[in-house]
Ligand binder design. Structure first.
Ligand SMILES: Cc1ncc(COP(=O)(O)O)c(C=O)c1O
Length: 376
């Protein structure tokens, strides 16, 4: 279950496209024109909300794309302070760590000028369920923990390593409104939630009708080939043109050829619709599992981005890290690969290839049943 593998391990069309490109010209930087990144940029821009001009810059990874988005927001707005969400994960580079809200991923030496707002976790968030209290906190944070002017806010449309935390209705749009009123931009991190994985939409931010100023993507775009991208509104990216910025392997033609094939496969094989259908079936099985196993405190997610949170008891909601690790290991022994996520590593996160079938769902449900029985 690997979020990088959007269309299936070693998908023949993706492998063939990358091989053909590698045999012709493996490497070429953005300093020179090459059709593969140019076409991929056009294809990605076409997936963005209509009515705006979008520009695309390719990077080597998701965290480099996050770094660029942060620099872009600070350059465009002229403000330094950025808002990020607690329990967010945005990558390992120093800048990406500075907006990551999980202690286990933060190391000494990160840059500052970041203020964190509470994640609107509907299961265990500090204000309980709902949207408004979390939006009010954005205003309070801007008023107290920044200069009053911000560069932007970075939001994973569904938090991944945070433990599959969905943004409740109105949160993304409300956050964008508040941050824009303070001079900043709305940056959507779609590294995990994008490319149709959530089923209803190609980009998870679309669920809220918000139009981001910058969208960051990686992982599933390459189906295992290294690639990241920043897609920004043209006027937002324009001030960056005053200086040089390039990544040696950004816009690498081999990775871009793979990326183009990924987009084509998602379309041709109807993988967004498949994520919706198969994800709904898996969610149903997980909810059924919850009725029989009291250690499952919460089941959540959308499409093929799902999680179950394990607790010591449902009233206290105390995270059960040990049980989570035991279920994880039992599943792994059966060939079912999950991720231990969340600040307490008490959420089993499922982000399988979007070609998962209904038969696979049965195997996953059986694997879980065996694991929960073996560990109870
Ligand atoms: C939501 C999110 N943003 C950014 C990143 C960083 O991407 P990369 O590991 O390609 O640098 C990740 C990686 O897991 C991620 O999950």
């Amino acid at each position: 279950m690997n979020v990088c593998i959007s269309v299936g391990h070693s998908h023949p069309r993706v492998v063939a496209a990358a091989m053909a490109q590698a045999q012709e010209l493996t490497h070429c930087t953005t300093m020179f024109y090459h059709p593969a990144p140019a076409h991929l940029a056009e294809e990605l821009a076409a997936t963005m909300p209509k009515g705006h001009d979008w520009v695309v810059h390719f990077t080597n990874s998701g965290s480099e794309a996050i770094d660029l988005a942060m620099t872009m927001a600070r350059t465009y707005s002229g403000n330094l302070d950025l808002l990020a969400l607690r329990t967010a994960y945005h990558g390992p580079t120093a800048a990406a760590q500075s907006i990551t809200g999980i202690a286990g991923w933060r190391h000494p030496g990160m840059p500052g000028n970041v203020a964190f707002v509470p994640e609107p976790n509907q299961y265990r968030g500090i204000f309980g369920p709902g949207t408004q209290p979390y939006l009010d906190e954005i205003d309070r944070t801007i008023a107290t923990a920044t200069t009053g002017k911000v560069a932007g806010i970075v939001v994973e449309s569904i938090q991944g390593y945070g433990g599959v935390i969905e943004m409740p209705p109105g949160y993304m749009a409300g956050a964008a409104e508040r941050v824009r009123a303070a001079g900043g931009l709305y940056i959507a991190d779609e590294v995990q939630s994008g490319f149709g994985r959530t089923g209803d939409h190609f980009w998870a931010f679309e669920a809220d009708g918000v139009v981001p100023d910058i969208v960051v993507m990686a992982k599933g775009l390459g189906n295992g080939f290294p690639i990241g991208a920043v897609v920004a509104r043209k006027e937002v990216a324009a001030p960056m043109a005053d200086k040089f910025l390039f990544h040696t392997y950004g816009a690498n033609p081999t990775s871009c050829a793979a990326g183009r094939a990924v987009l084509a496969v998602i379309e041709d094989e109807g993988l967004q619709a498949n994520a919706k259908r198969v994800g709904a079936a898996l969610l149903e099985r997980l909810l059924d599992l919850q009725t029989r196993h009291p250690s499952i405190g919460d089941v959540r997610g959308r499409g093929l981005m799902l999680g179950i949170e394990l607790v010591k008891d449902r009233d206290s909601k105390t995270p059960d890290r040990e049980k989570t690790a035991a279920v994880f290991e039992s599943c792994r022994a059966q060939g079912l690969i999950l991720s231990k996520s969340g600040p307490s590593q008490s959420c089993l996160r499922m982000v399988p290839p979007m070609c998962l079938s209904l038969e696979d769902v049965e195997a996953v449900a059986t694997g879980f049943e065996t694991a929960f029985r073996a560990t109870s």
